[in-house]
Write a protein that binds this ligand. Structure first.
Ligand code: AQP
Length: 332
């Protein structure tokens, strides 16, 4: 029987998910379930490359898993699990590290950015992060990876490393293609940098309607609109980009025309945006709360996902060891 093409993606449990994660990746994860065999992972080993509190890690893993489920990842159709529950990921990463020139890793944009943000902790895990990510994808022989724009370079790296493996040891892995959503780079409320958990410029999926409004109200718009009567350019307004993701065509036209003519003020436009955001975010928030009240349900889903995937990962590792000439040692 022909299997459906396989998709893999993951997010780090470094905090609660935000609308950048949701619009940039999660929404397309949900849509892809119709046509692909989807595997979605909480990548906890990636999250320890920056300092973390071990006492919080499990709670953060479950928080991210709840985000996936609340957004519409359906455990009946997709496998959902935690990276560390399938240790073959890290085993394959070691193999890939032997195919990776160090210089290439040092040129990765994310490594450079994170080295600046965590100057006192520039560790080898931060440098080799893309190798583990390539292994996460390849261990399931995944064909496609839905991610935000910031991950494109890492996926180029993943294609590169599996190509090298295939050339040296014989074709085993597909070269995974990138699937970008219609909002591949959501800027933070500062309107300057990518929305990020660690930069604090985000709107969290679990934040209440009031909390979201308290963040939207002072958020930057087109700098030309100093006074209510100053006309503006919606294309220069970060919040108009949010409108594009949440609002109807009619609202978009209303906002663009009102901004250009100064017929509406930024606050009117933000109120309307808030209303449209709530239409999508309120039901999601409700599902998050329901899942929080049933932690066993989430843990069972994660355990079932790992149980389904581990044999696939073990099979791939057996093939990898054969290609490398590593003998099958008796274990008893
Ligand atoms: N602002 C964004 N716009 C579009 N897509 C985004 N993604 C993240 N931020 C945006 C996409 O979400 C997925 C998960 O990312 P991650 O958890 O691996 O971490 P990240 O990209 O490093 O996200 P953060 O919020 O910036 O985390 P911290 O601050 O902990 O480093 C990826 O597909 C990513 O592209």
């Amino acid at each position: 029987m022909n299997r459906r093409p396989r998709v893999f993606s993951g997010m780090q449990p470094t905090g609660g998910l935000h609308i950048g994660n949701y619009l940039g990746a999660l929404k397309s994860w949900v849509e892809l379930q119709d046509d692909y065999d989807c595997i979605y992972c909480v990548v906890d080993y990636h999250a320890i490359t920056i300092e973390h509190d071990p006492r919080d890690l499990q709670a953060r893993i479950e928080l991210v898993a709840r985000g996936y489920l609340a957004a519409g990842v359906d455990p009946e159709r997709s496998a959902l699990f935690v990276q560390s529950a399938v240790p073959e990921h890290t085993e394959l990463a070691w193999v890939f590290s032997s195919l990776t020139p160090i210089g290439l890793l040092g040129r990765m944009t994310q490594f450079k950015d994170k080295s600046k943000d965590h100057e006192d902790n520039v560790n080898a895990g931060l440098l080799t992060y893309p190798i583990l990510q390539a292994a996460d994808i390849a261990i399931y022989k995944s064909e496609a990876v839905p991610v935000g724009e910031d991950q494109q370079q890492h996926l180029e790296f993943a294609r590169d490393v599996v190509r090298k493996f295939n050339l040296r040891y014989g074709g085993l892995f597909p070269e995974p293609r990138t699937i970008l959503s219609s909002a591949p780079k959501v800027l933070g409320l500062d309107g300057e940098r990518k929305m990020s958990k660690s930069l604090g410029n985000d709107i969290g999926l679990e934040e209440s309607a009031d909390e979201v409004w308290r963040k939207l109200a002072p958020a930057k718009t087109d700098p030309a609109r100093v006074r209510r009567t100053d006309p503006g350019d919606p294309e220069k307004c970060n919040l108009y980009r949010y409108h594009r993701c949440f609002s109807s065509e009619q609202t978009l036209q209303w906002a663009a025309a009102g901004c250009r003519s100064a017929g509406i003020g930024c606050l009117d436009c933000k109120r309307k945006l808030h209303q449209h955001m709530e239409e999508q975010l309120a039901p999601l928030r409700e599902r998050l709360l329901d899942l929080q009240a049933h932690p066993d349900r989430v843990r069972e889903i994660l355990a079932a996902g790992a149980a389904r995937l581990r044999p696939i990962a073990q099979q791939t590792m057996a093939e990898v060891r054969d290609r490398l000439g590593i003998p099958r040692w008796p274990t008893t």
